[in-house]
Design a binder for this molecule. Sequence first.
Ligand SMILES: O=P(O)(O)OC[C@H]1O[C@](O)(CO)[C@@H](O)[C@@H]1O
Length: 550
Amino acid sequence: MTTGARQRAWAALADHWQDLQATRIDEMFTADPRRFQGWSVALDDMLLDISKTKLDGRALDLLADLARAAGVPQRLEAMFAGETVNATENRAALHPVLRAPDQAPRHVDGRDVKAAVAAEDARVRAFAEGVRDGTIAGRDGEPITDVINIGIGGSHLGPALAVRSLRPYRDGPRVHFVANADGADVSDTLRGRDPRRTLIIVSSKSFTTTETLANARTAWAWSARALGEEGVAGHFAAVTAATDKAAAFGIPAERVFRMWDWVGGRYSVWGAVGLPAMIALGTDAFDAFRAGAAAMDAHVREAPLTRNMPVLLALVGVWHANVCGYPTRAVLPYDHRLNRLPGYLQQLDMESNGKAVSADGAALTGHSGPIVWGEVGTNAQHAFFQLLHQGTRIVPCEFLVAADGHEPDARDHHDLLVANCFAQARALMRGRCRAETETLLRQQGMDAHTAARLAPHRSFAGDRPSTMLLYRRLDPFTLGRIIALYEHRVVIEGTIWGVNPFDQWGVELGKELATSLHGRVAAREGAPDADPSTDGLLGWRARLADGEGA
Ligand SMILES: O=P(O)(O)OC[C@H]1O[C@](O)(CO)[C@@H](O)[C@@H]1O
């Protein structure tokens, strides 16, 4: 379809929204008692329910037209085929190859990378297993009890999410994560650890990221104080695409594991970046994690657009962001061990689709990625749900919940958790009108005047959309499916918005300016050549840091 066809699809969606807006979601259930069945899609023991959104058949058809017009199926196939889908960096985006179950050839620029990937994976596995079984030990032969991953962004969030989410499956060393430039992060993590039993993994695709290198140098010095300079290298490993830089840092070649140029940082947990998770969980669990993602890969390629989980989640996202005009979306895992998921998705989603120009450089005429935020339930209920239920802005909510937990003695807890999750989605949709509230308050014994006065405060407009992802249990396979579901959702949305979801040029300017200011900050100098605010702040900072009054 042409640009004209896309514009017509957007216009038809906008018109349709005008017609649909006044219809309440709960009325759509009254009109169609089988709405739940029609508007939910299952993949084995995982169910995505989008029935509590305002999508109807026409809206879905138009959105599917839009996806086709944007070339979503072709774009996904191009990605899976190893084509250069990341044009601004002249790269493929072939993260699915890291979890592909078969030995089928996978090509990047005409080269079959499958064998190289398998060989590197074998190195990573051998290292992880060696650390776990003690054959790879500390300099004095002490087993490794603690692993510290030093990395940031995609070199941190994925393995941290996996290790945290799969806590019941951890049977290896403890794993810690250091990311922040703030020395508090590395100091707090190193304090109390035994350098003789600690392995430090420096994870950085570029091996130039300033935070990671600063933390790595601090950890190196900490290690050297206990082990001597000659003992440190045996306690370090690296994960990087810049193997020469890791070697120059001092990490022995046999402990440097390769990231691929054609896998973006935020899509990279499936390969060597997952090393800390592999050490914590073991290779079987890590294989199950990858198999879950591979199952989602097969589903996204095979299922028809309107029965396809990542496509549906993407279409709901586009509907809410562009057609309904909701600027944010909340991710609400009712699964305590998914408490890092909102942060993980912030990078995956906002670094991918927070763009103002299309893949070919033209200014976008509509909005691209929404603001993604969230927190685990039920904690979130006691923090920001007030706004979700009664605020002036509508925030589409994405709930996630397991049918069952891992705690045999906590069945009641899990029932309570599920009840809260389903109830919140229901309350958002249903609301409680003023008349109903007043009646209720009167029934509770309140006088008529007070009931009328309080009813506006205590009623709920409702008609607020949400989706629900329900899965049997948060095991490695399911976590893999969840992450791949969101990866594909982000790529599909990016394709519909016309942006390149694989680059991240928007982080560069801040990095450059930080580098140029660093010297001034350290020297307690001002920057009269910068803007007056920055110059003024540098002056204040210098005086305060030196203990002077302002
Ligand atoms: O793995 P690296 O090269 O250290 O980069 C870390 C992160 O920094 C970014 O480049 C953004 O600043 C992310 O895309 C990336 O995941």
